[in-house]
Write a protein that binds this ligand. Sequence first.
Ligand code: CMC
Length: 428
Amino acid sequence: MADTLTITDNRTGRQYELAIADGAIRSTDLRQIKADADDQGLVTYDPAFMNTAACRSRITYIDGDKGILEYRGYPIEQLAEHSTYLETSYLIIFGELPSPAQLEGWTTQITLHTMLHENIKKLMEGFQYDAHPMGVFLSTVGAFSTFYPDAKQIFDEQSRKKQVHRLIAKVPTIAAYAYRHSIGRPYVYPDNELSFTGNFLNMLFRMTELKYKVNPVLERALDVLFILHADHEQNCSTSAMRGIGSSHVDPYSAMAGAAAALYGPLHGGANEAVLRMLNEIGSVEHIPAFIKRVKAGEGRLMGFGHRVYKSYDPRATIIKRTADQVFEVTGRNPLLDIALELERIALQDEYFVTRRLYPNVDFYSGLIYQAMGFPVTMFPVLFAIPRTAGWIAQWEEMLLDPEQKIARPKQLYVGAPRRDYVALGTRG
Ligand code: CMC
């Protein structure tokens, strides 16, 4: 017998049988439940989509209670240990780990698309000297749609593939230019002989040397961080990507919106906020007073808590390990002591324990980025680079899903009832 849910409407005494598939009922099945003939039918009310699945997805699986994260079925721990960001991005976008030939072809394509049009460079030069790199990043991604009008052919597979190559390859270049712009240094062109992250570090930090020497520990650490940030199912920015993309706009315009969503301090801006918070706390002795303020509702412990994870974020565990490797090269970040003590206290404090608030991906990533020499304003950009893989994969999945249409949530109207216009002179 098929799984069903029986609902009795006390208003009418009628009973309804709703089909359950994949642990869900269809909200549109509720429409038939009406109090009377004028009723438009029952809807579900779910602000912030706390309990609404808006798509079927084959990309990322999360079990928030158990602290499980998998891309296309592969555990994040195994990918962080054995894979590279480029291989993982291929997996996320195309669904399978690449064969050696496929990986070589993918790497070549990405390497060949890293350059930016010179006019993009000019466009970026127009920003204020102190422009936040994330503002520059998302504006430039949006501007791409004017440089690549062929991207409008969203139902042409070859065209989509081209935009995928461009996006994955060019986001580090935009990010690096945004950074160099903010510190008034000349832009460094991509070096095709370097790895994905090696080239990125080169574009960021190269000065007058003929060949930039990438530190292999930092190169690998950044690659691991990129793997960890590559996708995270239907989060705020991914939902933005899908929602905007559902209007059939080109992927650059949709991704500008996704990047804007990521910019916020409750999402990708959290790692920047963590660093500011640690600096503000200043020393271990100030932690109890800070925790007291958080518990009194005066601000949040940034880098803690997650809508989905109600246990330790598995990415945070890997990041903590990576931090140790990075600090061996760069020296210990003095803010680490404050972070470790904050975590220790919070994990045994009743307020955090009962609300199941644990460190998330952003709690330690900022400390690594800072030790590597990145200014805090670059942190959300460092999140956006790898998340591009997830955004594109989710966008394409949405486009090719016959069940998807333009996104259009319902509302419960609670405003004024119909009333007649009052002439300006006669208003009180
Ligand atoms: N510090 C103090 N209290 C918190 C925190 C925190 N970081 N997070 C949640 N709470 C409290 C919150 O006040 C509420 O308490 P009460 O029930 O007494 O009102 C309870 O925990 C539930 O919080 P919520 O706001 O309803 O939970 P949410 O699922 O809507 O929010 C969150 C999730 C990530 C936005 C939130 O935990 C938060 O603001 N964390 C700090 C920002 C942060 O680190 N964000 C990065 C998220 S991971 C990376 C990413 O996905 O971008």
